[in-house]
Design a protein around this ligand. Structure first.
Ligand SMILES: Cc1cc2nc3c(=O)[nH]c(=O)nc-3n(C[C@H](O)[C@H](O)[C@H](O)COP(=O)(O)OP(=O)(O)OC[C@H]3O[C@@H](n4cnc5c(N)ncnc54)[C@H](O)[C@@H]3O)c2cc1C
Length: 847
């Protein structure tokens, strides 16, 4: 292959793919000052999904952080038009989301209330008001609507070219008709992108291959969890009177979503455009995308969308009066949960993803900004947890992806209930005690691919939870489970926690560098946050030191011995426990940071190490019947951990539980979990031991004001904001994020995590907070403003209180009164509490 002399042979970054996403990333890299960057495109810019996109843009997203980045995208269009001089064909018409049921209206109210702290200016309006701005709707089918001024549509090709032009003006290069055919990583870690016009060596590569992203991934040996679906929209002939209405009203036809019809609609020229997310959606090119596919459309299949069209034509009778000019059918890619898949690839330094982006015109700017920040600064600077490729583990196989993408497509316009567990691709990974928990009538959820018990339904009743934004039928049983822990003893499976081992002569030094707390001595545990270089919270762990001590008294003493692992004396061994959903995310970081000299070995135990935890005032008595060790408080105090034989099984047993009660976590290899569980149940029988599930655990940790990963602890917060400053040991020596953390400590955090008792509606239709609600504060004169947001909450059954945790601006962190939390559109008074509701002194855990 001849090298094109006009093309660079090396660059800091090669962006592969010239759709709207690749172009946006290229632009944002230059905006961050990286100008030695290039984009390679197989054909012409937009030659994937982008060219036939309907160009609709909106801010609505179930994840408020994604919604914020969608807002950024829409605001960006003016900027790139100005910089590039290229018209983006922007029509900021405003948008209407129409609710056909009260429940849907509740959901819109929830979205509307979140928008308050996102700076989005939405409004809940009546159907009569909606009709005024969308005259072609039939209002009898609707009960209300949300209006969003930040909606409309753009010209996808104009946008892509504007990004590319603006990037080129800043020094980037774009090589069209330059298919990247192969990708090779050199031994120095840099990447050779082998293209039609020659090879470019780069420090970083970004897969923006859109419809071909799977193929680009395969060039690097990875299989991406994305799949294209066929998607149809229709364009009508001219709508009589539409242009006149535009003139008389001074408005263009709004962008509109009709959830009941599973359709979206808007004005296009002098006609209308209507698209559907039908129930029987069809994947396209399930296994491989042909390289020969170009700027092509697929054959329309009107029968497939007939049902949605029928509803649409009923809700918008005007469609019965105009002819259909064209049905566009084109493919675009989705991830199993419908959100983008972005970020660094574990174990492949310099390999970045920006794939599976199903709303490129709403999300492209935000994805470009976050990824460019991540590449150039090491941190996306935004909360991209919901888009991070690390949310998928090995469980996201092609068939899993296929099932989930179809499900997601068919649910695009459904209400996403906070307590809903979706049915596709279930029952794949179950733990060895699944049947036992099933026999207790478990209601199952799934987390990071693994089934886990949410709560236990009363015997004889169907183990199913009603999906709702309010309190569900789980209420009574979760109350009983919570109470059982507080007055007796409960048992919960903890296999869905992440467990890692770090062994080898460098283990201590390594953990000391990546964690903020002082490491515990052998036989002890400590809590520790983990920070990135910018001092942001990227993990919260329990770290256990299981280094063998050679102590001859250890069998009945306090020190860990490492006997069952046969580790040589002097080797260091730590186990680290963290959030199960963050396993891939954390493994990626650990792998990046591990020393190259092989002095530390990382084992990610996943489902091969299982857990059972007992908690409650009788937990010690239960353990005493199972182990030969002295379990007294003196011999086995809070945060002691050791290898112990539980009945006949070698286990690691630590005295800690997330319930905030007296309790123990017992870890064992998977093959023995069922045996250990049975022994625990036998030993606990005389104390009335009761299995409890994730819902009760959440209720118990909330009344203890314990934060959790992915809610209170996320990569946008720093440890001082999150109330974890007490385990950041600035004096212990250097660790990652230390300087940034020290600076925050010096200046004081901008916001603080606080705890509330909420005066929630306790009536039959009442509701607790779900998460992401705005926190208001009313001053002495009665004026109120939004001062923060809720991270999680619910009902603390054992304390009979509705509670919530959330971040508020620091100046409000010690205010005692004046708070309100908006629940489903109603502002409920909330009292900020200094102490948790259960056992504030911690004596139950410690004695
Ligand atoms: C019918 C339809 C309607 C839609 N409506 C909307 C809407 O209203 N609003 C909205 O936001 N989104 C909409 N979308 C989705 C939107 O089009 C996508 O989100 C967006 O185009 C994704 O852009 P991308 O850059 O990721 O992928 P693509 O547009 O597929 O771009 C990928 C590019 O990479 C190039 N490429 C791939 N592999 C290589 C390689 N090895 N070497 C070099 N180049 C390579 C391809 O040629 C292509 O140009 C719609 C899509 C369709 C099909």
């Amino acid at each position: 292959m001849e090298q094109n002399p006009e093309m660079k042979t090396s660059a800091q970054v090669v962006v592969i793919g010239g759709g709207v996403i690749g172009a946006s990333i290229l632009y944002h890299l230059t905006k961050n000052g990286w100008t030695d960057v290039v984009l390679v495109e197989r054909k012409e810019l937009t030659a994937g999904s982008t060219w036939h996109s309907a160009g609709g843009m909106h801010t609505l997203n179930g994840d408020p952080n994604v919604a914020a980045l969608q807002k950024y995208t829409i605001e960006l269009y003016r900027e790139i038009e100005e910089v590039s001089g290229q018209d983006c064909g922007m029509h900021l018409t405003g948008g209407l989301m129409l609710a056909d049921t009260e429940e849907r209206l509740d959901w819109l109210k929830l979205a509307h209330s979140r928008n308050r702290y996102l700076g989005l200016d939405t409004e809940i309006i009546s159907t009569a008001e909606a009709k005024e701005i969308l005259p072609y709707m039939d209002e009898q089918y609707f009960v209300g609507a949300m209006y969003d001024p930040m909606e409309g549509h753009v010209d996808p090709s104009g946008v892509t070219h504007a990004y590319a032009k603006a990037a080129r003006m800043a020094g980037a290069e774009v090589y069209r008709n330059n298919w990247a055919m192969d990708i090779v990583q050199r031994t120095d870690g840099t990447w050779d992108v082998v293209c039609e016009q020659g090879t470019i060596n780069a420090e970083h590569i970004v897969n923006c291959g859109g419809l071909w992203a799977r193929e680009v991934g395969r060039m690097c040996g990875i299989e991406l969890p994305i799949l294209a679906m066929e998607h149809m929209y229709l364009l009508t002939e001219e709508v009589p009177g539409l242009l006149d209405w535009n003139v008389s009203s001074g408005r263009e036809g709004l962008h509109c979503m009709d959830f009941a019809g599973e359709i979206y609609m808007r004005q296009e020229g002098n006609g209308l455009l209507l698209g559907t997310y039908e129930q029987g959606g069809v994947p396209w090119s399930e296994k491989t995308t042909p390289w020969s596919f170009g700027a092509q459309l697929l054959a329309p299949d009107p029968d497939r969308i007939a049902e949605s069209l029928e509803v649409g034509f009923k809700h918008f009778p005007i469609f019965n009066e105009v002819g259909i000019k064209q049905i566009v059918n084109g493919p675009f890619t989705f991830a199993p949960d419908g959100n983008p898949v972005i970020g660094p690839v574990k174990g492949q330094r310099g390999h970045w993803l920006a794939v599976g982006i199903m709303a490129g015109l709403s999300q492209g700017g935000g994805v470009g900004l976050a990824l460019a920040n991540w590449i150039t600064e090491g941190d996306p600077e935004f909360d991209v947890w919901g888009m991070d490729c690390a949310r998928f583990g090995d469980f996201a196989t092609p068939r899993y992806t296929n099932a989930k993408v179809r499900e997601n497509y068919s649910r695009r316009f459904r209400i996403a209930y906070p307590n809903e567990e979706l049915p596709a691709a279930r029952g794949i990974y179950t733990s060895p005690i699944h049947d036992r928990l099933d026999a207790h009538n478990a209601v199952w959820g799934v987390s990071y691919g693994l089934e886990h018990a949410l709560w236990f339904q009363e015997a004889g009743k169907e183990p199913v939870e009603d999906v709702t934004l309010r309190r569900s039928n789980a209420w009574d049983m979760v109350a009983e489970e919570s109470q059982a822990v507080r007055v007796g003893v409960g048992v919960i499976e903890t296999t869905n926690f992440a467990k890692y081992s770090f062994t080898g002569p460098g283990a201590r030094a390594f953990l000391d560098r990546i964690l903020t707390n002082t490491l515990p001595p052998p036989g002890r545990m400590a809590l520790s946050p983990m920070l990135n270089h910018k001092g942001k919270l990227i993990g919260d762990f329990t770290v256990a030191n299981l280094t063998p001590t050679g102590d001859v008294d250890a069998y009945f003493g306090r020190a860990a011995t490492g006997r069952s692992y046969g580790l040589p004396l002097g080797s260091e061994r730590f186990m680290v426990f963290g959030s199960g959903v963050a396993e891939h995310y954390h493994e990626r970081w650990f792998t990046e940071q591990l020393p190259a000299d092989g002095s530390v070995r990382l084992d990610v135990h996943g489902r091969s190490v299982c857990g059972v935890s007992i908690a409650g005032p009788h937990a010690r008595e239960v353990l005493a019947k199972l182990v030969d060790d002295d379990v007294s408080n003196e011999a086995w105090p809070f945060l002691d951990i050791r290898e112990a034989w539980v009945d006949m099984v070698p286990c690691v047993v630590g005295r800690v539980t997330f319930t905030g009660d007296l309790g123990y976590e017992i870890w064992m290899e998977a093959a023995a979990q069922a045996y250990v569980f049975d022994r625990v149940m036998e030993a606990g029988a005389e104390f009335g031991i009761r299995p409890f599930g994730g819902r009760a655990l959440d209720s118990l940790r909330l009344e203890k004001n314990f934060g959790a990963w992915a809610t209170e602890y996320r990569p946008i917060y720093d440890p001082y904001e999150a109330g974890m400053g007490w385990c950041v040991r600035l004096a212990k020596g250097d660790f990652i994020g230390r300087d940034a953390a020290a600076a925050v400590k010096e200046s004081g955090p901008a916001r603080r995590l606080v705890f509330f008792r909420v005066d929630a509606d306790m009536g039959p239709d009442g509701a607790d907070v779900i998460g992401d609600e705005p926190i208001w504060h009313r001053d002495g004169s009665g004026d109120s403003e939004v001062v923060g947001w809720i991270t999680s909450g619910g009902y603390a059954h054992a304390s009979s209180a509705s509670v919530a945790m959330g971040y508020v601006r620091s100046e409000f962190a010690s205010a005692d009164s004046g708070f309100e939390v908006e629940i489903l559109g109603v502002r409920r008074p909330a009292t900020r509490l200094d102490d948790c509701l259960f056992d504030p002194s911690g004596s139950r855990m410690r004695s």
